[in-house]
Design a protein around this ligand. Structure first.
Ligand code: OOG
Ligand code: NI
Length: 301
């Protein structure tokens, strides 16, 4: 019997973060650097701006299936984003309370790929013949944690991974990594002065030797100037493919975001500024480049 006072959402988010930190050494490396620099005294002070997931847009999977988990926990679906070149659709979800991260979920429009790539993807995903989330007890955090980290289809063959990689880096990422957390995001605007702008935080990261995604420039700025983002280059993992073949592929990364105070609130005293006074949501132009944190154009630099 467990008498834990935590809600399923706390345990699900905890499980995601635990496995993600184990898989992505930069998570601990960034936290350690922040502690060492005196930016924070404890990791609990870090505000997680958002987390992100990637999905395959095929029947029974994709956003339509995946989002049911977080809608159940009180997340609310917000704006849609379209990435024409990358053939992706995404939405963001507002959390049920401000201390939870936002969620950014994207989906590959598989039907827009070449016949060959579609066939490869369907070879794996066609084994899913009903929405797997429908048979999950979403109040059972353990079951949801298991689900998010279990294989949804057979382990891919390396040749298939490479064929997908040549056409869609996103497709290759999802066929292997599935629902593993793609990144978590450190909010920099609430950090201590000297580190609470993205420019200052990026300078600190670069000083400490972190390799950052340079696609479209290291700092991605929304047209209104108020959402500023940067990210590490994804860390490579030794992936085991069907038949035991191994190959180094992109895993996950860490993101950093500065949400500026919106113009009507710029005269508010700093201690009165809360989340609702800052730039909300996401930005297509920024996101388009952040996706490339896992692309070979960045990881192979
Ligand atoms: C998501 C990229 C976009 C953001 O904050 O705009 C993103 C991904 O790489 O899956 O994270
Ligand atoms: Ni992000």
């Amino acid at each position: 019997m467990t008498t834990s006072p935590t809600k399923p959402i706390d345990d699900v988010l905890g499980g995601l973060m635990r496995r993600y930190s184990e898989r992505v050494p930069d998570v601990q490396n960034v936290i350690n650097a922040m502690l060492d620099e005196g930016i924070i005294q404890s990791p609990d002070e870090i505000e997680n701006d958002h987390i992100a997931f990637r999905t395959m847009g095929v029947p029974y999977l994709g956003i339509a299936s995946f989002e049911k988990i977080f809608l159940h926990y009180g997340y609310e679906k917000r704006d849609e984003f379209n990435f024409t070149g990358k053939k992706l659709t995404a939405f963001w979800y507002a959390p049920p309370a401000p201390h939870y991260p936002r969620i950014f979920a994207s989906e590959l429009r598989v039907h827009e790929l070449s016949d060959e790539a579609q066939q490869i993807i369907h070879k794996y995903t066609d084994t899913v013949t009903s929405d797997p989330v429908d048979s999950l007890d979403l109040n059972d955090a353990n079951a949801v944690d298991q689900f998010l980290h279990q294989p949804l289809w057979q382990t891919p063959a390396l040749a298939d991974y490479k064929t997908l990689l040549a056409e869609s880096e996103y497709a290759a990422w999802v066929i292997y990594n599935r629902y593993y957390l793609n990144h978590f995001t450190i909010s920099v605007h609430n950090l201590k002065s000297g580190y609470n702008t993205i420019d200052e935080f990026v300078a600190f990261l670069e000083n400490r030797g972190f390799r950052l995604n340079s696609a479209g420039g290291t700092i991605k700025v929304s047209p209104d100037g108020d959402l500023r983002q940067a990210s590490t280059v994804a860390q490579m993992i030794d992936a085991e493919f069907a038949g035991g073949e191994t190959f180094r592929i992109a895993g996950s990364y860490v993101e950093f975001a500065e949400r500026r105070v919106l113009p009507p609130f710029r005269d508010l005293p700093a201690d009165q500024i809360t989340r609702q006074h800052r730039r909300e949501g996401f930005e297509t132009g920024n996101a388009d480049k952040i996706f490339e944190s896992t692309f070979t154009t960045q990881t192979g630099r």
